[in-house]
Design a protein around this ligand. Structure first.
Ligand code: AVI
Length: 329
């Protein structure tokens, strides 16, 4: 049996933050009057497994809708991106989406997944390299919200294509989303492009159902964050004393996920005490929804020019292609 080429994969940059070296960020969020923890901490092994389950739930339309759009318009996407692109994926997300993209690109120069979770990155990179033996896979372990150094592929790419599916952009506050788009613009370089999944504004009930599934998987996903704080930061959260809530905040244009304290209680975390009133909550996620104009304005501010938008028939979700002009505009 030939050795899978995946065995040779090396991961660049091993300084990605873990929950323990981000302790101060977490504690300072919990010290605020409006308690807050970043959604980036959802994704340990268990959290990633639960998220995978979420993506297959009947109420959670984004994943299957985005996949449908990418499948339907694959040829057009491939043609517009053009040959010999190096694909830089921000977050080694779904195995399925990247395969759809790689299959529609002509002579892909390299695949560069960038992720904060080393184990997941390694797993995804090996799985992909095993199935695409001729593709150079160059994983980078990094917090992609900050500029990072790109590895040099053996084949010189004609352009960099940043790939950011899933509407993960919606999990960032507007100013952070703009900062992240600026990092993408930097990494795509002049002449490069961005292919991004963007969830759209729609009926409030459809949105709230998507984040309050009947099987309670999203609730488990949310509560797993407290389990992680217990395991990794010496916390003593009693998970039965917190409940999951997701509501659409119209003025913010976002689903908000909360962990609501069911009682007056005091919790210890990293040797610090945190008091909760009954009904007080920790905000754990914003998931912003956009109109096509909203998102175009944001991307323009980061220096991108929109080339094409693809949507499903019900206009629930969009996949958008942007270009970085050759010379600064
Ligand atoms: C990863 N992100 C785009 C998901 C979302 O829809 O905002 C995370 C999620 N949270 C609850 N369900 C899914």
């Amino acid at each position: 049996m030939p050795q899978p080429r995946a065995a040779a994969i090396e991961i660049a940059n091993d300084e990605a933050p873990t929950i323990s070296n981000q302790e101060e960020e977490i504690l300072s969020g919990l010290r605020q009057a409006n308690k807050w923890i970043s959604p980036k901490y959802f994704y340990d092994q268990r959290g990633s497994e639960l998220f995978d389950q979420i993506t297959t739930l009947p109420e959670y339309y984004p994943t299957r809708t985005e996949l449908g759009i990418m499948g339907k318009y694959a040829d057009e996407i491939g043609k517009l991106v053009g040959p010999r692109a190096s694909v830089i994926e921000f977050g080694a997300g779904s195995n399925v989406k990247i395969r759809l993209l790689l299959d529609c690109l002509q002579d892909c120069a390299a695949y560069v997944p960038v992720d904060i979770s080393g184990e997941y990155l390694e797993y995804m990179a090996h799985a992909l390299a095993a199935d695409y033996p001729d593709l150079e896979v160059l994983p980078v372990l990094a917090d992609f919200t900050q500029p990072f150094e790109l590895p040099n592929p053996k084949i010189m790419p004609l352009k960099n294509l940043v790939f950011f599916p899933g509407s993960t952009i919606g999990n960032f506050a507007p100013a952070e989303a703009l900062a992240l788009l600026r990092v993408m613009h930097l990494e795509a370089k002049p002449g490069g492009a961005l292919l991004i999944g963007v969830d759209l504004k729609k009926d409030q009930q459809v949105l709230e159902d998507a984040y309050n599934d009947r099987q309670g998987i999203t609730a488990k996903f949310n509560l797993n964050l407290l389990q992680r704080l217990n395991d990794e930061l010496g916390g003593n959260f009693d998970l039965s004393q917190f409940s999951h809530r997701a509501i659409y905040n119209d003025s913010r244009g976002a689903i908000e996920m909360h962990l609501v304290s069911q009682a007056t209680q005091t919790v210890m975390l990293a040797a610090e005490l945190f008091h909760f009133e009954a009904g007080e909550y920790i905000t754990t996620e914003y998931s912003h929804k956009f109109t096509l104009d909203d998102f175009n304005t944001l991307a323009n501010l980061a220096g991108f020019q929109r080339q094409r938008v693809w949507m499903d028939d019900d206009e629930l979700f969009s996949v958008q292609l942007f270009q970085v002009p050759d010379s600064p505009s």
